[in-house]
Design a protein around this ligand. Structure first.
Ligand code: ATP
Length: 328
């Protein structure tokens, strides 16, 4: 392996996701394994601009693999979007002797890294950390699997109330642009309908489906609504619409919100984070730059940042059919 890189920085940027700590741990330990110094960069690009760096060794990441959130903190930095802000960040990295960095975040964070790489020819590598799984170039982003498990557990609990009172529940889950969470938890928790940004079910079909479900003897129903569902109504507007048209149902709404992002990462996310960290550091030290690490067919893979940022992560249409069949 080429050993021109001597010091690697690692930061978390954008929204936090379970598994980010496990990825930090992996980057730090892979650096230690290859005799490369590693620096934690606090508060995303904001901390990069301020020079908020701390040297980390293999022991400084003990006890974090099972923790949600990010020990390095995360931030959204307006200054990094400007040339002047990035110039300051470059100066701080140069002063600290940092040769390359790994950014754990979403497509915005990768866009920033890509621009920085172009401006300063600075080696950068990305690890996708976001619960929405909305990034092209990987079948799973960090935190997605944990979020699915968290949400399914909560829906199971809501189901207890729904069935005790013969109620219809609309449950809003995260997913502004893609319906991965909604579709998977909908199948996993046995929802009657799933509304996602990719498919317009239409209000008439929704009512028809709920009527069918009632006639078939179901005492309660759960409809999963992704934040950005294509019908274009908020979950509260959907509730009003259904109550106006189906007086037989008592409708309740539950918006799950930020709890979906928290909690200890699942085993899957811990393993994925560990694999991604190794791949990111080893790619940098073999001279690669401006790529996102991803997983395809259970193999670690690299996707150029521009493709990762521009590409669309698509839902699996087979799941739509499975969901239809299961809700008979
Ligand atoms: P999430 O999926 O949680 O939204 P994200 O990485 O997409 O994560 P953003 O807020 O979009 O989150 O981006 C994180 C940070 O990356 C921004 O605060 C900003 O500092 C930097 N960034 C985003 N877009 C750009 C850009 N076009 N130029 C420079 N920096 C950018």
């Amino acid at each position: 392996m080429l050993h021109t890189i001597k010091k690697i920085g690692v930061l978390t940027s954008g929204g936090d996701a379970p598994g980010m700590n496990a990825a930090i741990r992996s980057v730090v330990r892979t650096c230690a394994f290859h005799d490369i110094k590693c620096y934690g960069i606090y508060r995303g690009y904001e901390g990069m601009i301020d020079g908020d760096f701390v040297e980390m060794d293999a022991r400084s990441v003990k006890g974090i693999i099972n923790k949600g959130g990010t020990m390095l903190k995360s931030a959204r930095s307006k200054d990094f979007r400007t040339k002047e802000g990035r110039a300051k960040a470059y100066e701080q990295l140069r002063k600290a002797g940092i040769d390359a960095f790994v950014v754990i975040g979403g497509d915005g964070s990768f866009t920033g890294a890509m621009i920085f790489n172009k401006e300063y020819n600075f080696p950068v590598m990305g690890i996708p950390g976001t619960i929405d799984n909305d990034i092209f170039g990987t079948t799973h982003t960090l935190g997605y699997d944990t979020a699915l498990n968290t949400v399914v557990e909560v829906i199971d609990k809501i189901r207890d109330t729904a069935s005790s009172h013969n109620r219809l529940f609309f449950i809003e889950v995260m997913g502004r642009d893609v319906g991965h969470i909604a579709l998977n938890v909908g199948i996993g928790a046995g929802a009657e309908e799933i509304l996602i940004p990719e498919e317009d079910l239409g209000l008439d079909r929704l009512l028809e489906s709920l009527r069918r479900s009632k006639q078939s003897g179901k005492s309660s129903s759960i409809v999963i609504v992704a934040e950005g569902d294509k019908i274009g109504k908020s979950v509260f507007e959907l509730k009003d619409y259904v109550e106006e048209n189906m007086s037989e149902y008592e409708v309740r709404v539950s918006v799950l919100g930020h709890m979906q992002r928290g909690g200890a990462p699942s085993c899957f996310d811990r393993v994925l984070a560990s694999r991604m960290g190794v791949k990111a550091v080893e790619s940098l030290i073999t001279g690669k730059s401006s790529y996102m690490v991803g997983m395809k067919n259970d193999v670690m893979d690299l996707t150029p940042f521009d493709q990762a940022v521009k590409g669309k992560s698509k839902i699996n249409k087979e799941l739509l059919r499975v969901s239809d069949i299961m809700s008979i």
